[in-house]
Design a protein around this ligand. Structure first.
Ligand code: AMP
Length: 330
């Protein structure tokens, strides 16, 4: 069996982890970007794509595809039509990308979420988010309906977003808290949720604003991810973070059986009083690449270097050995 992924996002880690578990690997990469996968020798095979739509044409019974954010951002809902076998439940990606479904799952899972607004009702500091996993690009803050209209019309005029994007935008209460992103893994073969690590995203320019004096802070903030930093949390916060991960998996089983399988993530903001989730992701997040050599949490679980990618490959290996592959694929 070959483990494959698309060349971007967390591909280096995914392929490296698969090789560590003894799999042959393949990367599907857009023409012109293959050099990266030659310089880091993690892919046994490099398959060149002219565009991401070609992923809708490739079929190969001996290959498992590990999905990530780039597939969702580029193919949108067509991601479920990929002919290759996908590790995890492909329905999860639909629940992730449709913002109303994303929030619905969080709320039904008893996870505290930010308040949502219609444009005319905005009465507090809000963040406006556009459809798809675009890494926070184009998001803006506003505090009144008028400011919302002005900023969204400006973005349309600059062709940064479409009128359709604005119509489907999500307007959420802005949580002033410490953001963090715990990485969970649900093993259907062991019926267990594991929390393997936590990262913080480093986003431009919002994470650079703290370096300016107050006089300069009228600059509009943006939320484009440029990298990730490691984090451990106060131990007293862990039970709630684990409970949220368990709840999310349990409710996903009810809403889109067999529910979330393999890696998933919660996007949290911690205030002095609450742990609030503003989104979930249904697949590996790029911040897991911090832990190619394992995180403090995965080390305590496994006593060995266990990256998210290695954990995925180990589940696939166990599934093959026990004839249960269909339980981890869709
Ligand atoms: P998302 O597309 O939901 O992953 O959001 C991208 C980034 O925007 C996050 O990593 C946060 O920095 C920020 N963000 C999103 N939603 C909120 C919120 N409700 N409150 C505060 N920050 C947020």
């Amino acid at each position: 069996m070959i483990i494959s992924t698309v060349g971007s996002h967390s591909a280096l880690q995914i392929l490296h982890g698969a090789k560590e578990e003894g799999f042959k690997t393949r990367v599907y990469v857009i023409k012109g970007r293959e050099d990266l996968y030659k310089r880091y020798p993690v892919a046994d095979e490099i398959h060149i794509l002219e565009n991401y739509d070609e992923m809708l044409e490739i079929s190969d019974e001996d290959t498992i595809l590990i999905p990530h954010g780039t597939l969702i951002a580029t193919l949108g809902e067509r991601v479920v039509d990929i002919p290759l076998k996908i590790f995890g439940n492909r329905q999860g990606m639909i629940w992730e990308m449709k913002r109303e479904l994303n929030l619905d799952l969080l709320e039904k899972a008893n996870i505290r979420t930010p308040r949502s607004f219609y444009p005319a009702d905005i009465d507090t500091l809000c963040i406006v988010k556009f459809p798809g996993a675009k890494g926070g690009a184009g998001y803006f803050l506003c505090s009144t309906p008028k400011e919302y209209q002005q900023k969204s019309q400006d973005l349309i005029a600059q062709e940064k977003v479409s009128a359709n994007d604005v119509e489907n935008a999500q307007i959420q209460e802005y949580i002033v808290g410490v953001t963090m992103y715990p990485h969970y893994f649900y093993s259907p073969l062991h019926d267990k949720v594991e929390m393997l690590g936590i990262d913080r995203r480093y986003e431009t320019n919002v994470d650079a604003l703290g370096r300016l004096s107050m006089e300069n802070t009228s600059i509009d903030s943006t939320y484009t991810v440029v990298g990730n930093q490691p984090l451990v949390v106060r131990e007293s916060l862990l039970p709630k973070i684990l409970e949220y991960g368990d709840n999310l998996r349990a409710m996903s089983l009810k809403l889109f059986s067999p529910g979330l399988i393999g890696p998933y993530c919660l996007e949290l903001a911690l205030t002095p009083d609450e742990i609030i989730a503003f989104e979930f992701t249904s697949r590996i997040v790029a911040g897991t690449t911090l832990y190619v050599q394992g995180s403090p949490y995965s080390k305590m679980l496994y006593g060995e270097d266990m990256s998210m990618a290695k954990r995925i490959a180990r589940e696939i290996k166990f599934a093959i050995d026990t004839n249960r592959l269909e339980e981890v694929l869709s």
